[in-house]
Design a protein around this ligand. Sequence first.
Ligand code: AMP
Length: 477
Amino acid sequence: MKFETLGLNAPILQAIANAGYTDPTPVQAQAVPEALAGRDLLVSAQTGTGKTAAFMLPSLQLLTEPHPVAGRGPRVLVLTPTRELAMQVTKAAETYGRNLRRIKTVSIVGGMPYPVQNRLLKSGVDILVATPGRLLDQMQSGRVDLSRLQVLILDEADRMLDMGFKDDLDAIVAKVPANRQTLLFSATLDPNIVRLAKSMLNNPVRIEVSSQQSKHENIEQRLHFADDMAHKNRLLDHLLRDVELNQAIVFTSTKRAADDLAQDLHEQGHASAALHGDMKQGARNRTLQLLRQGRLRVLVATDVAARGIDVQGISHVINYDLPRQAEDYVHRIGRTGRAGKNGIAISFANVREHFQVKIIERFTSQPIPVATIPGLEPKARVFERNDRNDRKPGGKPRAHSGKPGGYAGKPGGFAGKAGPFAAKGGPSFAAKAGPFAAKPSHHAAQAPAGKDGWAKAGAGSFAGKRDSNSKSRFAKA
Ligand code: AMP
């Protein structure tokens, strides 16, 4: 199918062509014609499926028609759970609307200074992209008039519910015209979402896409059992030295752990920075900008901050700490394998977290093959799993061979990819990583005072140091 068959006008088609897209993704092919016909939509699609264009393209087309009522209030409102996602949606609106005249997109998110927002809102808005809390705040101050609203979009609605925005959403929806069109996008259509949809949508068309990417079949998953923090640090050090690692997001469970780990990695010569919800918006934006520009190689992040990040250079996601919720695992690993590329998602777990791993596997209906790195095998016996292919006859795990995990009775969704671990001796990244090695200016906003020099990533130094202090450092987390 071609974009030309979806009913979009010439300037939008031109912008799509300029973006380099040739064919619509499945969610776009299904959602765009229905949305153009004015229908409400209930769509289950994850990030990476092209969902942003699926709602933005028809919304932009609507804006090419004059509104019956003159005014400054927005005609399209996109609600997103996080600031990062809001920024991405704003960027998408600008990209796809670049050939349309006089379309103004404004984003209103928490953490942004009020005077700046107030100024933006005063000058008239066509598309407003907002996180619910801050929007409600601005509505209550009388700065946002939603009486002209024609399209309401809830992006990642499941996440907004998870983050406790239900009351805010209800309060916002109560203030928008009843005859608006509503497009609800969610990774899952669980009972909470269906309930929300019933209260907000009018006879919606239900679209469920199950693309290769939404099932993450383009992402090779691996699990490393770690005995303790020191072992995790050695594994991380080894992985970050892999020359096939282009850029990585390392997930920690707390903001403090993200800061500490980013700092440690920076001190060891990795172009690393932290991203979490306690950082000021300016610092978050700068960090993301460096990541997009490829000037940051390792982003150490918490779940909230990393939601929605769409950076094509991210080759690896590393779960330094397992996510608390299985659903977050899916979102985390979806940060790699963007735009049709392949990705690698590696999780660390200790023996006690074995059950958590099982919950994740049940949620995704995919086994996570266990891998080991020669010389860095776990001491503890953790292989009660059915990983027959990962066992030696004596029951001990053997080195990951790059072969699928061979879960009993399950098809190998991970087949055919040679894991870089077994074969490679872990060449020093500093020697090969081009722009990442030895450039002080590359370090992100988080550079600790007095630490802007770039140490060479000498083999073993990182692991050794982190071993010695990891106990106290992680006690803080
Ligand atoms: P999303 O699911 O909206 O986060 O989009 C994921 C990525 O796919 C983004 O980098 C988009 O630029 C890209 N994308 C969206 N639609 C298409 C398309 N039809 N063809 C190729 N890439 C696309």
